[in-house]
Design a protein around this ligand. Sequence first.
Ligand code: TZP
Ligand code: MG
Length: 203
Amino acid sequence: MSFKLDKYFIMGTNNCQSEPLIILEKALQAGITMFQWREKGNGALQGEAYEQFALACQQLCKHYKVPFIVNDDVELALKLDADGIHVGQDDLTIEAFRQRAAHKIVGVSVHNMEELEKAMRAGADYVGIGPIFATTSKEDAKVPAGVTFLTEAKTCYPDFPMVAIGGITPLNSAFVREAGADGVAVISAISLSKDIRQTVQSL
Ligand code: TZP
Ligand code: MG
């Protein structure tokens, strides 16, 4: 499946202060180009409610023809026939996932050149680089790294798709794009926005 990292919204119920499905639909209507379902952390849904919420998000994404990517949960991604999966360094190896889902989009979080090159060799379709700025949306987030590594990565591999993440807002997204990012991945800037249309447009 083809994809555009440009405006990549990531969300789970605990990132929202009002109805998550309404937030997602507003973001889709406003023009997000990709969505990652990330139901984890404090108060995350479990069991049937967890799967039902994933399915509802997937159906919305289908309606707006935006790729639906599942964070970490490979079994759920396969069960729902999601468009792709995003994994961190601690999660399943890309090769193992590829064997079961040759055509799906695979994204990997990387923090240095070694991790980037490993992900590329293993057949990742894109990488996520961050946190660029401080974030409160990820409990175990690493120290903010600024755009140093992003700039270096894009200099070495200008054609490989890279999305920046961590503390990105309409106020700093231009700076991140100037550093070479193909897109910006955001949680709270959209999930907590009082004007989602305006926020998505200005990212
Ligand atoms: N990975 C690195 S930072 C981050 C993740 C999932 C959280 C990004 O959230 P926010 O609210 O856009 O800073
Ligand atoms: Mg993970």
